[in-house]
Design a protein around this ligand. Structure first.
Ligand SMILES: [Zn+2]
Length: 221
């Protein structure tokens, strides 16, 4: 990553700078003044190019374009963050901010997008959903085609007072495990069920390279 790409990543993806008010907070010009300067003269992109990056608008747009693949992935993760943050009960969402959540998420998927309980790899489920081998899988019966495409944020310890969305307590789970692990089942108790789900993926869906995980069962004894 070049320095410019790194700056784009930090500013646009992590800080999520996208309004005049946010830019105004970083420089000594008011949001009103920025709006006046850019609203009819290149808009927010030009404002970011000038005021944050100090580069030409064409160069900025090229940079933006070159980062667009990353944007899709990061926006998906951001969507998970904001959905959970807004749907969690009061006091349950303990990730400090998006930056912490993003760091946690990247750590979770560093060895592949796998379910913490059964080990299924997300990209293998996608292949099934995309139809490569879905005629021989239960996925033809899936009614809501959007479910299962993405790993879900799972709170592992659900006991009273511990049922939190936090770096320590959250992992990623496939939707089958997520559905099956009710609040009253501990990670330890869930292990034999997860082994069954592991077999389901392997035998019914035909996911071959799946490794049964151990981390979650060791951590949450
Ligand atoms: Zn699973």
């Amino acid at each position: 990553m070049t320095d410019l790409e790194k700056k784009y990543f930090d500013t646009v993806f992590i800080e999520r700078i996208c309004t005049y008010a946010q830019i105004a907070e970083k420089i000594e010009i008011s949001a009103e003044k920025l709006k006046e300067m850019y609203a009819k003269n290149g808009g927010i992109d030009k404002c970011i190019a000038d005021q944050i990056f100090n580069i030409d608008i064409i160069e900025y747009l090229n940079l933006k374009d070159s980062m667009s693949t990353d944007k899709v992935t990061i926006d998906e993760i951001y969507q998970k963050y904001s959905n959970k943050k807004s749907s969690a009960n009061e006091g349950e969402f303990q990730f400090h901010d998006w930056k912490e959540f993003y760091g946690w998420y990247i750590e979770q998927i560093k060895n592949g997008e796998t379910c913490c309980y059964c080990g299924v790899n997300q990209s293998k489920i996608k292949i099934s959903l995309d139809g490569v081998n879905n005629l021989s899988t239960p996925y033809v019966r899936l009614k809501r085609k959007t479910r299962g495409v993405s790993l879900e944020i799972e709170r592992v310890d659900t006991s009273d007072g511990h049922n939190l969305y936090s770096v320590e307590n959250c992992r990623l789970a496939c939707h089958v495990c997520n559905n099956a692990k009710s609040d009253f089942i501990t990670a330890q108790e869930f292990e034999p069920i997860a082994r069954g789900i592991y077999n389901f993926w392997k035998e019914k869906v035909g996911v071959q390279d799946i490794i049964f995980p151990t981390e979650v069962y060791k951590t949450f004894k």
